[in-house]
Every structure is written in C-alpha cells, then in structure tokens.
Design a protein around this ligand. Structure first.
Ligand SMILES: Cc1cc2nc3c(=O)[nH]c(=O)nc-3n(C[C@H](O)[C@H](O)[C@H](O)COP(=O)(O)O)c2cc1C
Length: 196
C-alpha cells in the first residue's frame, strides 16, 4: 500500500538533527553494512532524467592518512610559510572521523536537463547521506573546506573535467551531543502565495 504509515519517530529524529563537527566524530567507524545503507540512501534521490550526476569516493582506514599526506603537501605549496602545526593539521584532516565520503558531482553538459538541476540532485545525495547517518545513530558533517576547491586535489581524486567535489561527508560516532543552533523561524521563511 502506498502511501505507507507515518514514521513519527524518524521525523522527530530528523527535526532534531544537528551536524556533529568532524573533530567530535570518533570510532567506532560505521560498519560496512551501515556505510552501504548510507550510500544506498544517498543514491535514492530525485534525479531528473536518470542521469546519476553523482559518484562517491570512500575514505576509511589507511586511505585517510594517505590522502592527508597529499593535503599537507599541497597546503605547503599554497602556503610556503605554513607552520609545522598547520601541516600536521592538514595531515590529520581526514583522520578526524573514521569514515569520510567525497561526493563528486558528475555533470552532463550540454544536456537538456539543466546543470542546476543536476547540481541540486548532488546536494540531495549529500543530504540523504546525513539523514541516513542520523537515522542509523551516527554523527555526520558535510564539509567542503579548502580542498574541495583545489585543482591539484581534484587530480589526486581522479576527477574528470565535468566533475567537482560537492562535499566531504564525515561520519562517525558523536563524542557528545552538539548544542542546538539558532534556526530560522518557519513563519519567517514561509509565505502563502497571493495573486500579485
Ligand atoms: C555545501 C556545504 C558546505 C559546507 N562546508 C562547510 C565547511 O567547509 N566548514 C564548516 O564549518 N561548515 C561547513 N558547512 C556547514 C555544516 O555542514 C553544517 O551545516 C553546519 O555546521 C550547521 O550544522 P547543522 O547541520 O546542525 O545545521 C557546509 C555546509 C554545506 C551545505
């Protein structure tokens, strides 16, 4: 039967969802099964034209440190005066969380489906990952930081010309519950359309 019964518990969980800062994400890593669930949910997004304008690169275990080496090296190139402390931070960036997924926008252009709509689908994939992680009890954060915008790092990720990073989704167990964040009031962002 469709529609199916409401899942008020899930709704309540989502309405209290907060991003957990990457630095507050810790072991245990999501199990392979849970990570697969999160990724399966990510690809279950509206996708005009069935283009699948997204792909994912998984960082778990050692690959996080190896990628961190590249980040430190590139950071040093971009910031010749960088302190050893800053470079160490870069080296450890992905190690902040036990699992990190780079979400890659794979945009078809020119195409009758506007690029904007393809990008929106990629954003939805990122958000679905946050939602799935939240429903499975993990903390997660969608970050771009500087390395989502660097062409050398893009090369290290093996991105094609029509690809770019939409975000790095950091996932792990939340060390603590994050404090509430100021949210817009619904009435401030909602209006009823009226004939002009
Ligand atoms: C596309 C995108 C990129 C983001 N990049 C960063 C970032 O680089 N650094 C950061 O501190 N927050 C970033 N954020 C914000 C966090 O993901 C998060 O939304 C914010 O911390 C608020 O938490 P909330 O999800 O509980 O509202 C980004 C959000 C989006 C949508």
């Amino acid at each position: 039967m469709y529609p199916t019964a409401p899942l008020y518990e899930s709704l309540a969980r989502l309405q209290s969802r907060r991003s957990v800062k990457a630095m507050h994400l810790q072991e245990p890593a999501p199990s392979n099964t849970d990570l697969e669930q999160i990724l399966q949910t990510a690809i279950r997004v509206p996708d005009h034209g069935k283009l699948g304008p997204w792909r994912f690169i998984r960082f778990t275990g050692q690959s996080r440190a190896a990628f961190g080496e590249l980040l430190a090296q590139r950071y040093g190139e971009l910031n010749p005066d960088a302190s050893a402390q800053n470079k160490t931070f870069e080296r450890n960036r992905l190690l902040r969380a036990p699992a990190v997924i780079a979400v890659i926008a794979h945009i078809k252009a020119p195409h009758k489906i506007p690029q904007w709509e393809q990008q929106l689908s990629v954003g939805a994939a990122c958000q679905n990952m946050l939602v799935a992680a939240c429903l499975l009890g993990y903390g997660a954060q969608w970050l771009t930081e500087w390395y989502a915008y660097d062409h050398v790092i893009d090369q290290a990720l093996g991105l094609a010309d029509n690809e770019r990073v939409a975000g790095y989704i950091y996932i792990g167990a939340a060390e603590t519950q994050p404090p509430e964040r100021v949210r817009p009031k619904l009435e401030d962002v909602l209006s009823d359309w009226q004939l002009p």
